[in-house]
Design a binder for this molecule. Structure first.
Ligand SMILES: NC(=O)c1ccc[n+]([C@@H]2O[C@H](COP(=O)([O-])OP(=O)(O)OC[C@H]3O[C@@H](n4cnc5c(N)ncnc54)[C@H](OP(=O)(O)O)[C@@H]3O)[C@@H](O)[C@H]2O)c1
Length: 284
């Protein structure tokens, strides 16, 4: 299979490339510099040149706070370029996998969000991803996979930054009033590739399994695995004060994905596997 992975070099893209190559696919994963998805002519040229049978749209504007002051940039990558790619995939009968986010929900619920629950994003990033989802779902072979709290090799992420800050000393302030499920990019990449291979279309949820946790609880679990001491000071989102509001409860119901692919591992087991894996970037 010929696969195009946009946003090459990104944290999830790296794992998607690794997984596809393990499966024997021919993979092209251009970086933003090599293929800026907001440049339509470049996109069309890439499709003509590579003739992808599957596209994994891992390019994204992921700066949640930055999106509040740069909505045009967030929408350009997460929605407008997504719609163009969806059209190209439609025209060429390619499948399209679009990772999306728990931030499309308001977080006011108390039960895991189902794939068909109404959307009510609290921030620009979530709204731009919701718009991208619509474009993908309009493509006959489009597949949206919402996930949450990603960490993995080679990216700025919560796990590596908590370990780094703890090693530097000083107290860590981490919020207690946002509840979700952490997700290892390696686990998610396997799910994305398996869903595509199985011809999945429509909306899916995929996060680490097990009991939901607060960012504060997650930080403590990370430090335990890293074997680093240090105080984790519980704070509220209001005290923390960020440009973008975030959902308080953003647990995703992954039952549709699990009924296709089997149970997803507990996020704690994945965190242990991440720390045991080579090149995880924690010691960089
Ligand atoms: N990270 C999370 O916690 C999280 C949670 C839920 C869902 N997601 C979703 O998961 C997906 C992957 O996220 P991630 O954490 O892997 O993000 P990431 O590490 O920020 O990767 C995104 C990649 O997209 C590239 N990119 C940005 N603008 C582009 C453009 N115009 N053309 C081509 N490439 C462009 C970035 O390049 P530069 O580095 O050069 O900007 C980067 O390589 C995204 O769809 C995101 O919305 C992430």
């Amino acid at each position: 299979m010929r696969a195009l992975v946009t946003g090459g070099g990104g944290m999830l893209a790296r794992e998607v490339v690794r997984t596809l190559e393990e499966e024997g696919a021919t993979v092209h994963a251009p970086t933003r510099r090599e293929l800026d998805v907001t440049e339509q002519a470049a996109l069309i040229a890439a499709f003509e040149d590579l003739e992808p049978e599957a596209v994994f749209y891992c390019a994204a504007y992921t700066d949640v706070d930055g999106a509040e002051s740069n909505p045009a940039e967030a929408y350009a990558v997460n929605a407008v370029a997504t719609a163009r790619i969806a059209r190209l995939c439609h025209d060429r009968d390619a499948s399209l996998v679009y990772p999306s986010t728990d931030y499309v929900f308001s977080g006011e619920g108390s039960e895991p969000y189902r794939t068909d629950d109404p959307l009510s994003p609290l921030n620009v990033y979530g709204a731009s991803k919701a718009a991208g989802e619509c474009a993908v779902l309009a493509a006959p072979r489009g597949c949206v996979v919402r996930t949450s709290w990603l960490y993995g090799d080679g990216g700025a992420n919560f796990v590596t930054s908590i370990v780094r800050k703890a090693r530097e000393g000083g107290a860590l302030r981490v919020v207690t009033d946002q509840i979700g499920r952490p997700t290892w990019t390696r686990q998610l990449a396997r799910i994305l590739v398996s869903l595509q291979a199985g011809g999945a279309q429509g909306m899916f949820h995929a996060t680490g399994g097990g009991q939901p946790v607060s960012w504060h609880g997650f930080a403590r679990a990370v430090l335990e695995h890293a074997g680093v001491g240090g105080e984790v000071v519980p704070v509220s989102s209001a005290e923390f004060g960020r440009a973008a509001r975030r959902p308080a409860y953003s647990v995703l119901d992954c039952s549709e994905t699990e009924s296709r692919l089997g149970a997803i591992a507990d996020w704690r087991a994945d965190l242990a596997a991440f720390f045991a894996s080579a090149g995880n970037g924690v010691d960089d």
